[in-house]
Design a protein around this ligand. Structure first.
Ligand SMILES: Cc1cc2nc3c(=O)[nH]c(=O)nc-3n(C[C@H](O)[C@H](O)[C@H](O)COP(=O)(O)OP(=O)(O)OC[C@H]3O[C@@H](n4cnc5c(N)ncnc54)[C@H](O)[C@@H]3O)c2cc1C
Length: 452
């Protein structure tokens, strides 16, 4: 097996993959477009917060980093819904012991880079990949350097140049499909001290737009505003100081006193696009393989972009341990992970509707309560789709299928149900035994938990 590995992109996935490969004694060189973020003092402390869930934690555990990573995280136990009038409704994520973890993307990236470097990976910063020659296995960087590779992993994010080079070189074999969301995002900052509960993901659902806030370790919050690009309430229509003020005082009034700098943040911070990228084939022979956002960028509403990218790493590692050649390893990875990536991409788009619209809908809330009762009464059989994505390692593709069967059962149980007190447990048990258990058995689904 080839022992010389090249990685393009030292983001979350590239850095973790470099570390895992070093643990297996591969020689690893990582080329990264940016300068070393660990030396960037100006931007330290401000970053998107990510939710780390079972799949991400499993990968960190495999890398031997679990306890150190947990020290960088803030636990989050549920959603706190803020209505327009400022009323609060709390929805726990799952059962009492189930929680998510919030972590700063930049802190995690720095931590993974340092650990990979300590393990012996060589990082080459300020190296922007420009073009590739797949026949003589060489790549050109924008600084004029030409470097040969043996086996190259493209972890260069949603706009991957490795992916684009594959399409350019083999247009008949490779194609990508990008669906842009009609909403963009902008980060804002909510400083400490404040009155928000740090143990909740705060959501201000407003139909076509919404705002979310996740706590940082110091008690401040990173806030993300999701707003359509065009339309009556949109980035296009909210531009002047008075329009921005009006949006916040009308829709997000309870957050206003907590964000003294929101106007400045709104005007200064970039507007980010959100999209889903599906790529037809993630590998080229036994010499190129894509992972993370480079092969499957998804919208962030299930909190699974990084988690699914980390799962690429653990899956590849598992397959690598079973196969004799890179060719077999990459083939199996490509066949196994692509359907899973498509499934989480679909579910993430569905969650945009759930988070922006449905979390405030009484019928939806009733259904969530029924789900929660089923989880409590039948823990061996029933775990909600959200719970399966977030707290288990069941492949996304199977979770998506399970969700369809669950929908059928929940629809029947909620039909004409005015209050959760009237739920017939007998009927629920019958439906689960007749419809759901055979499905679980057929697909050999077990709820492998991840020590959350
Ligand atoms: C608002 C928002 C919220 C999110 N929330 C969550 C969440 O809660 N949970 C979750 O799991 N995920 C979340 N995500 C998704 C998560 O951020 C991404 O899935 C994750 O960062 C992907 O990691 P990656 O390493 O594949 O790509 P990236 O993090 O994009 O890293 C790619 C790296 O490649 C480098 N690079 C790019 N081009 C080149 C080139 N030509 N040459 C050399 N280097 C190059 C880049 O500089 C970068 O360092 C969120 C995303 C957004 C936008």
């Amino acid at each position: 097996m080839n022992r010389k590995i090249t990685i393009i992109g030292a983001g979350l996935v590239g850095s973790l993959w470099a570390l895992l490969l070093r643990k297996k004694k591969f020689e690893v060189d990582v080329y990264e477009k940016r300068s070393d973020i660990r030396l960037d003092v100006e931007n330290s402390g401000r970053s998107i917060n990510l939710i780390v869930t079972s799949r991400g934690l499993h990968a960190l555990e495999q890398a031997g980093l679990m306890s150190q990573a947990l020290n960088l995280c803030v636990p989050v136990y549920g959603r706190m819904i803020h209505s327009v009038s400022g009323d609060l409704v709390y929805q726990p994520y799952g059962q009492a012991n189930e929680r998510n973890l919030s972590i700063s993307r930049t802190s995690l990236n720095k931590f993974l880079m340092t650990e990979a470097e300590k393990a012996g990976a060589r990082f080459h910063f300020e190296h922007t990949l420009e073009s590739m020659n797949f026949h003589d296995k060489s790549m050109n960087f924008t600084n004029g350097q030409k470097v040969d590779y043996h086996l190259l992993f493209g972890t260069d994010g949603a706009g991957s140049l490795v992916r684009k080079n594959l399409i350019k070189a083999f247009p008949l074999d490779y194609s990508e499909k990008t669906e842009w969301l009609n909403a963009d995002y902008k980060e804002l900052f909510l400083p400490h001290p404040n009155s928000l509960d740090t143990k909740a993901l705060h959501i201000w659902p407003r139909g076509s737009h919404m705002m979310m806030a996740l706590a940082n370790l110091d008690g401040s919050f990173t806030v993300t505003l999701y707003l359509p690009q065009k339309g009556p309430v949109s980035f296009e229509s909210v531009r002047s100081d008075s329009e921005i003020q009006q949006l916040f005082s009308g829709q997000y009034a309870d957050s206003l006193p907590l964000m003294p700098n929101f106007l400045n943040d709104f005007k200064k911070n970039p507007q980010g696009a959100l999209g889903t990228v599906r790529f037809s084939n993630w590998i080229y022979q036994d010499s190129v393989c894509l992972m993370g956002d480079a092969s499957h960028a998804i919208v962030p509403f299930f909190g699974q972009g990084m988690n699914s990218g980390f799962e690429d790493c653990t899956q590849l590692l598992e397959i690598l341990n079973q196969k004799q050649t890179w060719f077999e390893t990459l083939q199996t990875y490509n066949e196994r992970q692509r359907p899973n990536a498509n499934a989480i991409a679909d579910m993430a788009i569905e969650n945009w509707v759930e988070m922006s619209e449905k979390v405030a809908d009484p019928q939806f809330l009733l259904r969530k309560k029924v789900e929660s009762i089923l989880e409590k009464k039948f823990p061996e059989i029933f775990k909600s789709r959200y719970g399966m994505v977030t707290y288990t390692l069941v492949p996304y593709q199977l979770v998506q299928k399970a969700g369809i069967v669950q929908n059928q059962i929940l629809k029947e149980l909620c039909h004409n149900l005015s209050s959760v007190e009237n739920l017939s447990i007998e009927n629920a048990e019958k439906l689960l035994k007749n419809i759901y258990t055979p499905f679980l058995n057929e697909h050999k689904i077990e709820f492998k938990m991840n020590g959350l």
